[in-house]
Design a binder for this molecule. Structure first.
Ligand SMILES: NC(=O)c1ccc[n+]([C@@H]2O[C@H](COP(=O)([O-])OP(=O)(O)OC[C@H]3O[C@@H](n4cnc5c(N)ncnc54)[C@H](O)[C@@H]3O)[C@@H](O)[C@H]2O)c1
Length: 299
C-alpha cells in the first residue's frame, strides 16, 4: 500500500499485545482506526490511548469467533468510515499441554477464536474491499492475518494451538492466491511471530463461552515453559507492529519476526522431502526437550 495517511484500519484483538501496538502505529501514521476486541474495559482504554495519538477511532466490542459479531463489526465500520483499507485479523488465544489432554471445549475455544475469527474476518471484509476496488481504481487494500511460527513447525505440548495456526497459514496462503486471480489492488500478509511478551499467557481471561477445566500437569508445564520463554524474549510487541506496517507498505507476504526459527522450518521441509519422521523443533535450543521430558516424567 503506497499511501496510508487517511486510510481506515480494522484491527481485531486491538486491546492488547500486537493488536494494540499496530493500532498505535497506524494512528501515529494518520490512519483512522477501528478497534475490535472481546474485552470491554481493555478495549475502552485502548481506544483512549489510540485517540490520544490524534486518530479518529471507533471501538466495537467483538467476539471474532461469532459470525454475527464480525458482521456487526463490518457494518459499524462501513457506516462510520466506509470500506476499510487495512484489515488485521489478529485476535487469538493460546492453550498447551499434551495434545490428547485438551478437552473438546479447549478445541472449540481455540479454533473458534484463532481459526473462525480469521475466517469470519476474511469472509466479511474481503467482499467489501473488492467492491471498493471495483468502484475506485485508486483504492488500495491489505489484509494481514496473524498465524505464528507454530503454524510452520510443530513444537511438542502446544498441539491445539499449532493445529489452529496451521489452519491460518493455509487459509492465508490461499487468500493470497485467490485474490491474485481477481485483483491487484488488495495485498495480503501472513504474520508468523515467535515468542513475544504480550497478554497471550493470560488468554483464559477471555474464555467466557466454554468452560475451562483445571489444567492438567502437562498443561501447567507447557504454560510455565512458554511464560519463561516469553520473559526471555528480546523482540517486543512494538517491534512486531513496525514489521506489520512495513509489510503493508511493501506488500510483503511472509512476516517472520524471529528469522532464526526458520532453521527448524527448513528442517521440517527437508523431513517431508526426504520421507523422514519429524526432527525435534527444539533441536536448536539445547536442554528444552530434556527440561520438558523431565517435567512430564517426575521421578
Ligand atoms: N505473543 C506471542 O508470543 C505470539 C506468538 C505467535 C503468535 N501470536 C498471535 O498473536 C495474536 C495476538 O496475540 P497477542 O500475543 O498480542 O496476545 P494478547 O492476549 O496480548 O492479545 C490478544 C487480544 O485478543 C483478544 N481476544 C481474545 N479472544 C477474543 C475474541 N473471541 N474476540 C475478539 N478478541 C479476542 C484479547 O482480549 C486480546 O486483547 C494471536 O493471534 C496470537 O496467537 C502471539
Amino acid at each position: 500500500m503506497k499511501s496510508i495517511q487517511g486510510r481506515t484500519a480494522v484491527i481485531t484483538g486491538a486491546a492488547s499485545g500486537f493488536g494494540l501496538e499496530v493500532a498505535k502505529v497506524a494512528a501515529s501514521e494518520g490512519m483512522r482506526v477501528v478497534l475490535a476486541d472481546v474485552e470491554v474495559k481493555a478495549l475502552e482504554e485502548a481506544e483512549l490511548l489510540v485517540r490520544a495519538l490524534g486518530a479518529e477511532t471507533l471501538a466495537v466490542r467483538t467476539d471474532v469467533s461469532q459470525a454475527a459479531s464480525v458482521e456487526a463489526l463490518a457494518s459499524a465500520t462501513l457506516e462510520r468510515f466506509g470500506a476499510p483499507h487495512f484489515v488485521f485479523n489478529n485476535a487469538g488465544v493460546g492453550a498447551g499441554g499434551l495434545i490428547w489432554e485438551n478437552s473438546a471445549a479447549d478445541w472449540e475455544w481455540v479454533f473458534g477464536v484463532n481459526v473462525m475469527g480469521v475466517a469470519h474476518g476474511v469472509r466479511v471484509f474481503t467482499p467489501m474491499m473488492l467492491k471498493a476496488a471495483s468502484e475506485d481504481a485508486s483504492y488500495e487494500g491489505h489484509i494481514t492475518n496473524t498465524a505464528s511460527m507454530a503454524g510452520l513447525q510443530s513444537a511438542p505440548a502446544v498441539g491445539v494451538y499449532n493445529a489452529s495456526k496451521c489452519a491460518v497459514v493455509g487459509l492465508t496462503e490461499t487468500l493470497f492466491h485467490d485474490l491474485s486471480l481477481v485483483t491487484t489492488q488488495i495485498g495480503v500478509s501472513l504474520l508468523c511471530p515467535g515468542m513475544v511478551p504480550t497478554g497471550i499467557e493470560r488468554s483464559e481471561r477471555n474464555r467466557h463461552t466454554t468452560a475451562s477445566l483445571p489444567l492438567t500437569m502437562s498443561q501447567q508445564v507447557a504454560k510455565y515453559m512458554s511464560t519463561q520463554a516469553m520473559r526471555a524474549a528480546k523482540t517486543s510487541a512494538s517491534d512486531v507492529a513496525l514489521m506489520v506496517m512495513q509489510a503493508l507498505r511493501d506488500k510483503q507476504f511472509y512476516v517472520i519476526t524471529h528469522p532464526k526459527a526458520l532453521q527448524s522450518v527448513q528442517m521440517r521441509m527437508e523431513d517431508i522431502l526426504q520421507g523422514r519422521s519429524p526432527t525435534d523443533p527444539f533441536a536448536q535450543y539445547p536442554g528444552v526437550r530434556e527440561q520438558l521430558r523431565a517435567a512430564l516424567n517426575p521421578p
